[in-house]
Design a protein around this ligand. Structure first.
Ligand code: SF4
Length: 694
């Protein structure tokens, strides 16, 4: 029996798993003992990866839509030629920006890179990823505050912290292995800040149930009081930060009275939070989608970073302003997709970086794409406006997950070429596709993942491929060849070639991994970047900024701040209720596509869309447990849900799990102005019992 250690490709923990294989069948899956992330534990999703073996129904060949609407199976060669000729034709007829792609945080690093090479460098098209939906706000905040998109922590910091602050994060359900690390820390105080009394909030020592989208107001108020009380680490601020004096002046107006009014918390709660931050020796701040997915998310994240910095809680064990990532390779997509930044990081208008990257891939600098991609929302809007005519969607399901998802459904009907590439041929996004490319699941492919603490780990094939089974990497290269790229694909021929090409691109950058080899990653404990040539791995827990040096030009952390904005989409008389969204259960995959084969998950998951309704509000509306209710959104759409009554949501709040397509039918098109990440969490709605009065 052979054993293959590989990486779980569901969430951003990137747990490692040992797959035991006999006669090309997985006999058992065992979480890797001693792996720094999960050390012998995993959740049900990782343990069930063996179920994802051959998930495309029928053959493994591409399909092309015919005039009568049917899909015809064709050879891979024909599929590649068809897509390449349509891409060329559309690009020549309407311009290169009439072509776009939407990828994911699920691919391996090398697949992002080759896609960015073919679509962006060669075709000059726009390509964004569904990482825009979850991490874009953290990326922008990191770049402005730290000088690079560099999550500073190692996961062990959750165990070393004496004060753990979770903001808009529910790891009990969303990152269970990470939650285990927090729970193992017996010496901590756990503070949870969330409007909803989430599963994590119920486990908190201190729970602050603030008003929706008032976290920026809270952190400015807290900063002001910390300054007033002189609870500031002046030595750290002076040595390692810039902009503090301006920030100090700026937050003066955010006094306690303001904080109470804005957040709905009491004076005592805010003062208690301030004292907890001050009394902690090692305070760590962790946030995720409750913060990232907001209309002023970037500034909120930076307010958290500012509070961590002014109290000296960065760069020491158990501290940090730490972004919890969503998808398994969001970090790989951020650094190596050639979308918002060049391969290995750096802006498209930075000539020195352009030249370094061009040299690394054997091109001239002026051949590289000259600007960042337009963001996801602009791609969908561009299709609806008739400006974008071709779309290639890889391993994501935007018909379900995109905010205000009917806008995506409208868009796809207008496309001349709509390619969907996925391991499933029946996800909602395939409805109107003109070409379907079936690809193998992760257990049959190879490449590199980067988790939320910057740890690189390998995915290695556990099972042999069957006839005509291709990986995402091979399909992208196949299209590149059919486009006539020829020598322009040099250095990208295989995933392993691409690994070394990316290594050259990242040399000298914060995410430098020139000290690694493809082979050294195998059966390892993973390696957190940076890991430069000549570096010695002294620990498998490495955090950034221990020396107080940041990646900005002056090597200091920058205080970035801006006034709290009016909510662009407040509740109204007609829509008086806040529609909040998030993960429903530990087991379910976002759009459920990847967990439907897991009986243990399906068996306990609701089949129909359900929604949490406050008990008292339900009583007043004559709604009983499991009644159907209709929710009307300010975005003009409505949908039906099964009502589940609970006191965990507020009187004027509904909470809908993201796993059902109805959820994002109701979210409204609102974005952070800097990151363009959608604001999923607080859409004004009203509701009624089905059969009631509108
Ligand atoms: S916690 Fe995340 S990475 Fe770990 S097994 Fe579960 S889904 Fe996979």
């Amino acid at each position: 029996m052979k054993k293959v250690q590989s990486t779980c490709n569901y969430c951003a923990l990137d747990c490692n798993l040992d797959f035991y294989v006999e006669n090309d069948e997985i006999v058992k899956v065992v979480p890797t003992k001693g792996y720094p992330v999960n050390d012998g534990f995993s959740c049900i999703k990782g343990l069930s990866l063996d179920k994802q073996q051959s998930v495309v129904k029928g053959s493994n060949l591409p399909r092309i839509r015919q005039e009568d609407g049917s899909m015809k199976e064709v050879s891979w060669e024909e599929g590649f030629n068809h897509v390449a000729s349509k891409l060329k034709e559309i690009s020549e007829k309407y311009g290169p920006e009439s072509v776009a792609g939407i990828s994911t945080g699920q691919l391996v690093m090398e697949e992002f890179a080759v896609l960015g090479h073919v679509m962006r460098n060669y075709l000059k098209a726009n390509v964004d990823g569904n990482t825009r939906l979850c991490m874009a706000s953290a990326v922008v905040a990191h770049k402005q505050s730290f000088g690079f998109d560099a999550p500073p922590f190692t996961m062990q910091d959750a165990e070393l912290s004496d004060t753990v602050v979770l903001i808009g994060a529910n790891p009990v359900v969303a990152q269970p292995i990470f939650w285990g690390r927090i729970r193992n820390n017996k010496n901590k105080k756990l503070i949870v800040i969330d409007p909803r009394k989430s599963e994590t909030a119920k486990n908190a020592d201190y729970y602050y149930g603030l008003n929706w989208k008032s976290d920026l107001a809270l952190f400015y108020t807290v900063a002001n009081i910390l300054i007033e009380k002189d609870y500031v680490n002046h030595e750290y601020v002076e040595k390692y930060t810039s902009g503090y004096e301006e920030f100090k002046e700026f937050v003066k107006k955010y006094d306690l009275a303001y904080g109470v009014k804005a957040t709905g918390l009491t004076e005592e709660q805010i003062m208690e939070f301030v004292e907890l931050i001050h009394s902690g020796e090692r305070v760590s701040f962790w946030w995720t989608m409750g913060v990232n997915q907001g209309y002023e998310a970037v500034r909120t994240i930076q307010a958290i970073i500012n509070v961590a910095a002014m109290t000296g809680n960065i760069g020491r064990p158990g501290t940090g302003a730490n972004s919890i990532t969503g998808q398994c390779n969001a970090m790989g997509s951020r650094a190596y997709s050639n979308t918002a930044g060049l391969f290995g990081g750096g802006d498209f208008d930075n000539q020195a970086r352009r030249e370094a990257v061009a040299k690394a891939i054997g091109w001239e600098a002026d051949e590289l794409v000259t600007k960042p991609t337009i963001p996801y929302n602009a791609i969908v809007e561009g299709i609806n406006a008739g400006e974008i005519k071709a779309l290639w969607v890889l391993c994501t399901n935007p018909r379900h997950s995109w905010i205000n998802n009917e806008t995506f459904a409208e868009a796809t009907k207008k496309l001349e070429l709509f390619v969907v590439q996925d391991i499933y041929d029946d996800i909602e996004s395939t409805e109107d596709c003109t070409v379907f490319f079936p690809v193998v699941p992760g257990i049959k492919k190879e490449g590199t993942y980067i988790n939320m603490e910057r740890r690189m780990s390998p995915m290695r094939p556990v099972l042999e491929r069957k006839e005509n089974e291709l990986s995402d990497y091979e399909v992208i290269v196949g299209v590149g060849k059919a486009l006539g790229m020829g020598d322009k694909l040099k250095g990208f021929e295989t995933a392993k070639d691409c690994f070394y090409t990316m290594q050259r691109c990242a040399k000298g950058m914060p995410c430098d991994f020139s000290g690694l080899t493809w082979e050294a990653l195998e059966n390892s404990k993973g390696v957190q970047w940076p890991f430069r040539e000549g570096d010695v791995l002294e620990s498998d827990q490495r955090r950034l900024f221990e020396d107080g040096k940041f990646y900005t030009a002056d090597q200091k952390l920058h205080f970035v701040f801006e006034d709290v904005r009016e909510n662009p989409l407040p509740t109204t008389e007609e829509f008086p209720v806040v529609f909040n969204t998030g993960r429903g259960t530990v087991g379910q995959w976002h759009t459920q596509s990847r967990t439907r084969e897991i009986e243990a998950v399906c068996g306990v998951s609701a089949k129909e869309a359900y929604i949490l309704v406050n008990t008292e509000a339900a009583k007043e509306a004559g709604i009983n447990e499991n009644d159907k209710i209709r929710v009307y959104s300010i975005n003009g759409h409505n949908a039906e849900f099964i009502a589940r009554l609970t006191d965990d949501v507020r009187y004027n709040e509904l909470y809908a799990p993201i796993h059902y397509i109805e959820c994002n039918k109701l979210t409204a098109s609102l974005y952070d102005p800097y990151s363009k990440e959608p604001s999923y969490k607080a859409t004004p709605v009203r509701f009624e019992k089905v059969g009631g009065n509108k």
